[in-house]
Design a protein around this ligand. Structure first.
Ligand SMILES: Nc1ncnc2c1ncn2[C@@H]1O[C@H](COP(=O)(O)OP(=O)(O)OP(=O)(O)O)[C@@H](O)[C@H]1O
Length: 237
């Protein structure tokens, strides 16, 4: 399987603080990869640097072989990479439908956008809530809306930052299952940043474990789940 996303020796800093220190990994086409690690390990910085929201110091990010390292975030989206930020980033004052439409704004050609009907087919609970403000949704529905909004730009790869944050365990499981189904149904490649390592490893194919801005371990999810040393040292379970 060829790699859709390749991260090569990536570094990123905040002033004197080195948040990413030579991170390399790949994500195959149609892969579902978890990025794990404790608070402050560098997970959010990694996603933001891949997406073009934080400037890389050195190293490269390749999307389907094309160097996107220094492209601004809007151009990264038009290349087919979408990012669901921590908390989802839905606008609570707007309706569900208005939020969905925002996701399509990045794509100027109709051919490159998904239609609302296509996205809603994947998230039936949102259909009857289209006219309601997003602020009235439950946490799980809000995450669905955030994912649906990202899909409006018809991405090839979706990066999510801690979608489980603030959700009950059962709802978290539903969201992870939904992401798996999405991959099966649409061929989407998914990268999931999570502190909930056990849940994420149960859902994904493979994982990358970060510690202090470096890759501490990587492998198939079931291997990482049974690797006691990595679990105890970096994953907290
Ligand atoms: N805006 C910022 N200014 C300065 N330092 C920052 C900033 N954001 C993150 N850092 C530092 O960079 C390092 C990596 O942080 P990052 O948020 O990427 O980790 P994380 O694994 O996503 O953690 P969390 O799970 O808490 O979000 C940490 O040392 C953190 O303190």
């Amino acid at each position: 399987m060829s790699a859709l996303l390749e991260v090569e020796d990536l570094t990123a800093s905040y002033g004197a603080i080195r948040a990413l220190d030579g991170v390399s990994f790949t994500v195959p086409e149609r892969g579902f990869r978890a990025i794990l690690g404790a608070n402050g390990a560098g997970k959010t910085t990694l996603l933001r640097t891949i997406t073009g929201l934080h400037r890389a110091g050195s190293g490269r990010v390749l999307l389907d072989g094309e160097d996107i390292t220094r492209l601004p975030a809007d151009r990264v989206i038009t290349r087919g990479l979408a990012h669901v930020p921590e908390g989802g980033g839905v606008i609570t004052e707007l309706t569900v439908e208005e939020n969905l439409r925002l996701g399509a704004l990045w794509r100027t050609s109709r051919r490159d956008r998904a239609t609302e009907a296509e996205v809603l087919e994947l998230f039936p609970p949102l259909v009857e809530r289209l006219g309601r403000s997003a602020g009235t949704l439950s946490g799980g529905e809000r995450q669905m809306l955030a994912i649906g909004r990202a899909l409006m730009a018809r991405p090839r790869i979706l990066l999510l930052d801690e979608p489980s944050l603030g959700l009950a365990p059962l709802v978290t499981k539903q969201i992870f299952t939904l992401l798996r189904d999405l991959r099966e149904r649409t061929g989407l490649t998914v990268v999931l940043v999570e502190q909930n390592a056990a849940g994420a490893l149960a859902a994904t194919d493979s994982g990358v474990v970060l510690n202090q801005g470096r890759v501490a371990a990587e492998g198939d999810s079931d291997e990482l789940l049974s690797d006691d040393r990595t679990r105890h040292a970096y994953l907290g379970f």
